[in-house]
Every structure is written in structure tokens, then in C-alpha cells.
Design a protein around this ligand. Structure first.
Ligand code: TMP
Length: 401
């Protein structure tokens, strides 16, 4: 295929087969579930990693089941991110802040008292209602240049535009960048946070690959993308959330702040480690995780042990469907998100139950499909009085804790 950032030829690095969209939980196991190819491609020319096939955004996002969890780890992350933005001068009490893909509005709410104004935009009708019930003003739409022009006319340009874990969710990120170019004030900053491709590859996080994640950004590919829109990368920050994320900070080409050393340092690391060998290891380790996890779950099940998954995550669905696990060995998935409970995971047909229900009849093992919250979830389960269940952690390699 040709790269959606620079139009050069790409090559396949991993093929996970065909799967249903990861957040398409169903109300009944009889409901028809369509599968679509999940193939990862690499562009040597601009360093971007992307999906071969993109699904329609309206289908994926208008009614959305991912509500940002009320997690201590995420609250700490908001603290860390906002302290960083303030200390580097990217955000201040004078900043008008606009967040793209603001979900339930938790990040905006977190910074609200310390900035001039906040505004979010999110395409999911049901999620916008949650944000508004939390008093976070949210426009319910996809972000593009026409919307940016309307916001600019109504409220003026914005000093900080944030896109956390959503820029990669677009088949054509240029549409979002066009809007940013329109709406960003001359001295403003554009902040993108995303799972970092180098972490995904190095930590064998093949389960981060699902239809919503259409891009896996590297520093090199982000620079190429920003440059097409008159923006330059001035700083990067690494963070532990979502299995290893990167925060890119950009501003207008002609704006004054100098590029921080962090950009070159991390790009050098990327050059050294994101190699042909690394892609090869990633593919080999992915197959090995499939083999090890399937064997472990089947052995445990044959010896009469009960297993539930913990976290009805999008990545969990890639994991279960790629490994080939379903309700025959894992009848339940535990998740705190109310709108997921009572539904069934796509293809594996595992029923989602609440954390409280699982406490009533704890399984022998939890397969930790929300492994990115490992410590938080294990502490929560133990504090609630369950000292019985063990945890199978699938990534970066299969092990039991
Ligand atoms: P995420 O990894 O994409 O943020 O999804 C995390 C999922 O795990 C989300 O559906 C909520 C769920 N979850 C729990 O059920 N209990 C918890 O304590 C945490 C932190 C998350």
C-alpha cells in the first residue's frame, strides 16, 4: 500500500488475521459480528506505522463504549502532564485550552481551575452526555477545519490544543491537523499524546493493534506529519500510561521557542532500536505469546480451574481473538464500565460482569487484559478481600503473579 502520510510504499510487518472491531461489544451472542483484516504496515520513508485497512469513523465512534476509567494511575498522569506543561511554559493561567477527543472530559476538568477556559470536542453522542453531566462544555462532532473555523469565529484561537490518544484513531490525521492549523493561536502549542510505537514493538504489545489504532506514531513520522501543516516538534515527554506513551509538543513553524534536546535524544534512540530486527522479534514474540497463553489457559481449564478476564479492553479483544480464546474456557470478563456490563465481547462472546459480581464468586485466575493497570487492579482486588485469585499477565511475556 502507499503511506497515508508521505505516499511512499509501505511493507507488512505483522498480520493478525481478521477480527471484529475491538470495541464492538454485542448485546446478544446471536448478534452478527463482521470481521475485518488487521494488518500492520511500515513506511521506511517517513517512519510511520499504520493499519492496512481503515474502518469508517462514523461506525466506530458515534456510539462509543470506551469511557475513560476513573483510575488513580490516570489521575496521577494528569497531574504529571499538567505540571510538565506548566513548567515548560506550554500552559498557563492565560491559556484557552481545547481538547480533541475529550471523551468524558476528565483531563479538562483536571486543569480547569488553572487555565483561562476549557472546551472539548468528541464525536460520541453518548460520551458527550457524560462530559456535559460533569459540566465540561463539549461539542459533539468530529474535529476538522470547518469546525475549527466555527470555534475560531465564536471563541477565538486557542493557546493549547490537546489530542490525547485520538490522533491515531483517524484514517487521515491530516483532517485533524488542518483544523489545528486553523484554530491554534500564533504562539500556541499543540500537544499529542499516544501509545509510543517503540514501546509497542519493544514490549511485544501486539494487542495495541486494533481497528481504532490506525497509526502507531514515531518521532520521525510525527515530524513529517506536522511539517505538512506548518508545525514543528519542539519537545517530547515519555509516560508510563497505556503500556508506554509519548507526548509530542508542537508549535507553529515560525514561532520562536527553540527545539528541546529531548527531541533529538529520543529520535536517536528510536533510530537505534526501531530496526528490521526489532520488527522481526516483535512478530516472533507475538506468535510465542499466542502459543504460551493458549497452552496455559487450556491446561488450567482442563485441570478444573476457573478463569475470567479482567478489563473489557479493546486490546483484550485483539489478544483473545488472536490467541483463539472464548467463553468455552473463559466465561466472564470483569469491567467497571457500566455501559459494557451485560454485553458480550466481540467474537469470543465472553460476558462482561461488574467488579462487585466477580467478588461474589472469585475465579482461580484472572487473565489481565487491562495489564496496563496491573498494580492498580491487583491492589483493588486484594483490598476488596479477594486473596484467592491469581493473575495471568500476558504482556510483555506470559507470566502468573
Ligand atoms: P484502557 O486500558 O483502554 O484504558 O481500558 C481499561 C478498561 O479496564 C476499561 O474498560 C475499564 C477497565 N478497568 C476496570 O474494570 N477496573 C479498573 O480498576 C481499571 C483501572 C480499569
Amino acid at each position: 500500500m502507499s503511506c497515508r502520510i508521505c505516499s511512499m510504499d509501505t511493507r507488512v510487518v505483522l498480520d493478525l488475521g481478521s477480527m471484529p472491531p475491538a470495541n464492538s461489544l454485542v448485546s446478544s451472542t446471536m448478534q452478527r459480528q463482521n470481521n475485518f483484516p488487521l494488518v500492520l504496515e511500515y513506511c521506511e520513508s517517513c517512519g510511520s506505522i499504520q493499519l492496512q485497512d481503515c474502518l469508517d469513523s462514523e461506525d466506530l465512534y458515534r456510539n462509543y463504549l470506551y469511557v475513560t476509567p476513573n483510575s488513580a494511575m490516570l489521575r496521577k498522569h494528569y497531574e504529571y502532564l499538567s505540571a510538565y506543561l506548566v513548567s515548560r511554559g506550554y500552559m498557563s493561567s492565560r491559556s484557552r485550552v481545547f481538547e480533541i477527543g475529550s471523551n468524558a472530559g476528565y483531563f479538562l476538568k483536571h486543569i480547569q481551575a488553572n487555565v483561562k477556559s476549557i472546551l472539548g470536542v468528541d464525536p460520541a453522542v453518548n460520551i458527550c452526555e457524560i462530559a456535559r453531566s460533569e459540566a465540561v462544555e463539549t461539542i459533539c462532532d468530529f474535529f476538522d477545519r470547518p469546525l475549527a473555523m466555527r470555534i475560531k469565529a465564536d471563541r477565538g484561537q486557542q493557546d493549547l490544543i490537546v489530542a490525547r490518544h485520538c490522533l491515531a484513531h483517524n484514517c487521515d490525521p491530516n483532517v485533524v491537523l488542518d483544523g489545528v492549523q486553523e484554530l491554534l493561536s500564533d504562539s500556541g502549542f499543540f500537544v499529542v499524546e499516544n501509545a509510543y510505537a517503540l514501546n509497542t514493538i519493544e514490549n511485544n504489545e501486539f494487542d495495541q493493534i486494533y481497528h481504532e489504532h490506525m497509526f502507531y506514531f514515531t518521532i520521525r513520522s510525527m515530524k513529517a506529519l506536522l511539517a505538512k501543516h506548518g508545525l514543528k516538534l519542539v519537545d517530547v515527554l515519555m509516560s508510563l500510561v497505556h503500556g508506554g506513551s509519548i507526548v509530542f509538543v508542537a508549535n507553529r513553524e515560525m514561532s520562536s521557542p527553540a527545539v528541546c534536546d529531548s527531541v533529538e535524544q529520543y529520535q536517536l534512540r528510536e533510530q537505534m532500536f526501531l530496526t528490521e530486527d526489532a520488527f522481526h522479534r516483535f512478530a516472533t514474540n507475538t506468535s510465542e505469546i499466542r502459543r504460551a497463553l493458549k497452552t496455559l489457559v487450556e491446561d488450567l481449564s482442563h485441570s478444573g480451574k476457573s478463569i475470567y478476564t479482567y478489563g473489557a479492553t479493546a486490546k483484550g479483544n485483539t489478544l483473545l481473538n488472536y490467541v483463539g480464546l472464548d467463553r468455552r474456557t473463559i466465561p466472564y470478563c470483569v469491567d467497571s464500565t457500566k455501559i459494557k456490563q451485560g454485553k458480550f465481547l466481540p467474537k469470543s462472546n465472553i460476558e462482561v460482569i461488574s467488579e462487585e459480581s466477580a467478588l461474589g464468586s472469585p475465579p482461580d485466575y484472572f487473565l489481565l487484559t487491562a495489564w496496563n493497570y496491573k498494580d492498580e487492579i491487583i491492589t483493588k482486588v486484594r483490598t476488596a478481600g479477594n486473596y484467592h485469585s491469581k493473575f495471568i499477565v500476558p504482556i510483555p511475556f506470559v507470566h502468573v503473579v
